[in-house]
Design a binder for this molecule. Structure first.
Ligand SMILES: *[C@@H]1O[C@H](CO)[C@@H](O)[C@H](O)[C@H]1NC(C)=O
Ligand SMILES: *[C@@H]1O[C@H](CO)[C@@H](O)[C@H](O)[C@H]1NC(C)=O
Ligand SMILES: *[C@@H]1O[C@H](CO)[C@@H](O)[C@H](O)[C@H]1NC(C)=O
Ligand SMILES: *[C@@H]1O[C@H](CO)[C@@H](O)[C@H](O)[C@H]1NC(C)=O
Ligand SMILES: *[C@@H]1O[C@H](CO)[C@@H](O)[C@H](O)[C@H]1NC(C)=O
Ligand SMILES: *[C@@H]1O[C@H](CO)[C@@H](O)[C@H](O)[C@H]1NC(C)=O
Ligand SMILES: *[C@@H]1O[C@H](CO)[C@@H](O)[C@H](O)[C@H]1NC(C)=O
Length: 483
């Protein structure tokens, strides 16, 4: 599937690319026309944490034929960005990155992983803020910085979740943000934004936001200041509303932000099946002046039941009803208008860091950040060695080889990624699934039985169910097995 570098030299045209977006004030902006960009994203981590296995040599972006299958379905859904959590900097991601690029989708990349030494330990961050940890985080930057569709890097995910973690972790997360930004400024030919993905725990959410968006030096170029702020929010459940979901409190709290704010996860799944009515609100005038869209959790179904599709071990896909429900909600939004709004030229200035910004007792008020750990300055100066790298390559076959079935058992035909024109990104409603007219082999409706099972098992309104909680419960066992 790959074209040799030699051939490229003879003028073979690469597939068109998306425009690398920039952060301007509180907006993601297409620098070619000044249009503001709203994230229409989906979390992409098939296999959950087990989908990343450096020992066996795979991660969610290492198998081109699977990315092709998934990008084709995401085009039909209307997605313009994926978030990928756990990646191996030493694997080749060229096919997957090139496929998502051609399909008109940006990539949000978490630099961390749940493996020991590959993320901060929130209960004792000083033990894990090491040069080996930073080297790996920088290596992720190296592996993805060449792709035009790399939208941003997350320096941390839900490290701060309560008063205890709020007391000790913010300075370390801000230090990691600083180090990634310093690395990018020195080694990347393009400035790629870096920021934090917060748990939506309202008692520490806005303190975290202010701790990361504020400027220590007093100007916008503070190297430790976050470029973006994102939150994983599950407060809109079922047939809710702007006020019932407390989205109104989020809009109020983030109004006047000096950086783009968006949902890095959303999509509460109790009650099931989901109706995704939050979509209409997220892309409405109630939210878009302050928010830049969001990422639905999640593409592939795992034990926590947030998926839009089931993926079998042979790669066959069963599309779940939630996929089409979400597509219907996207189709109701006028994205041509939403995505061509000009960026707000008058940007809010970052507040100057001060203990006055912090409202919760015990939350970190020290803005003197930890110094680089021993050995890290040299890696920062000279770059990661050996050097991971990535490049956009030509994909010769856009057809999907896997069987993909609808909830009613019918099979999708002619499934393929449709490479977009240069500078274009994917939009809802521009592509629809073509279904075989042949008779279905399925006798019952899987969609109906799934919904019934979910309602029986999970229909408890009091159950606070977040993917992070589920992951935290599962991860230790999984990784004990793997190592
Ligand atoms: C799909 O299968 C065909 C025939 O076996 C093969 O030529 C092609 O390379 C495959 N495409 C992908 C994307 O794997
Ligand atoms: C730094 O990261 C690279 C890329 O993953 C790896 O090959 C190298 O061994 C790491 N070096 C150190 C000192 O950890
Ligand atoms: C920030 O950096 C940019 C680009 O280097 C520069 O144009 C701008 O003047 C700087 N702003 C401040 C407040 O230092
Ligand atoms: C632009 O941003 C400024 C500063 O945050 C705000 O006062 C103003 O209302 C915004 N304008 C629009 C049209 O959103
Ligand atoms: C603030 O943090 C820095 C860096 O960890 C530390 O050296 C300093 O002692 C702290 N200051 C206070 C008042 O705790
Ligand atoms: C896809 O289907 C939606 C909903 O029926 C429709 O609005 C849209 O025009 C269709 N798009 C194409 C490209 O056929
Ligand atoms: C999807 O997977 C879940 C969990 O394994 C299962 O309960 C459900 O029946 C599957 N649905 C379809 C349509 O395959």
């Amino acid at each position: 599937m790959r074209l040799s570098a030699a051939l490229l030299g003879f003028g073979v045209k690469l597939a068109a690319a998306v425009v690398s977006l920039e952060v301007k004030g509180s907006d993601f902006v297409d620098p070619s026309n000044g249009d503001r960009f709203q994230v229409v994203g989906v979390a992409y981590q098939p296999g959950g944490s087990a989908g990343y296995n450096p020992a066996l040599g795979f991660d969610p972006l290492s198998d081109g034929s699977k990315c092709l299958r998934d990008a084709a379905l995401m085009q039909i859904l209307g997605i313009n960005a994926i978030r990928v959590y756990n990646l191996d900097p030493d694997l080749n991601h060229d096919e997957c990155a090139s496929i998502f690029n051609a399909a008109g989708m940006y990539m949000m990349i978490d630099v961390n992983s749940p493996l020991v030494g590959q993320s901060l330990d929130g209960t004792a961050p000083w033990t894990t803020y090491t040069s080996a940890y930073l080297n790996r985080s920088f290596a992720i930057v190296e592996a993805f910085r060449h792709y035009p569709n790399t939208l941003l890097f997350f320096s941390g995910n839900e490290v701060i979740s309560d008063a205890d973690s709020g007391a000790i972790d913010p300075a370390y997360v801000r230090a990691v943000t600083r180090d990634l930004k310093s690395y990018i400024a020195k080694h990347s030919d393009r400035i790629i934004p870096v920021g934090y993905s917060a748990a939506d725990v309202r008692s520490v959410l806005f303190d975290s936001f202010n701790y990361f968006q504020c400027s220590i030096s007093g100007d916008a170029n503070d190297t430790s200041r976050a470029d973006i702020f994102a939150l994983n929010s599950y407060s809109w459940c079922g047939d809710s509303s702007f006020t019932t979901s407390q989205y109104n409190a989020l809009v109020a709290g983030f109004t006047g932000s000096s950086v783009p704010v968006f949902f890095s996860e959303y999509g509460c799944n109790v009650p099931a099946p989901r109706i995704f009515t939050e979509v209409g609100t997220i892309y409405s005038d109630q939210m878009t002046p302050v928010f830049s869209g969001g990422v639905v959790y999640e593409y592939a179904n795992e034990v926590s039941d947030f998926g839009l599709v089931n993926i079998s071990s042979d790669g066959t896909i069963d599309i779940l009803q939630d996929f089409y429900t979400l597509q219907n909600q996207y189709n109701k939004v006028d994205f041509k208008t939403v995505q061509t709004t000009k960026a707000n030229g008058t940007d809010a200035t970052a507040p100057v860091c001060s203990s006055k910004l912090i409202t919760t007792k015990g939350f970190e008020t020290n803005f003197t950040l930890p110094k680089l750990p021993p050995g890290a300055a040299e890696i920062l100066a000279k770059g990661v060695h050996p050097l991971p790298s990535g490049k956009i390559i030509t994909i010769s076959d856009w057809n999907v080889n896997y069987t993909v079935r609808n909830p009613d058992g019918s099979t999708l035909v002619n499934l393929a990624v449709k490479p977009l024109a240069n500078n274009a990104f994917n939009m809802p409603g521009t592509q629809n699934a073509t279904t075989a007219t042949a008779t279905s082999t399925s006798t019952s409706s899987p969609a109906t039985s799934t919904a019934a099972a979910k309602n029986a098992g999970l229909g408890r309104a009091d159950l606070v169910w977040t993917p992070a909680v589920a992951l935290a419960a599962i991860l230790p066992c999984l990784f004990t097995l793997l190592l």
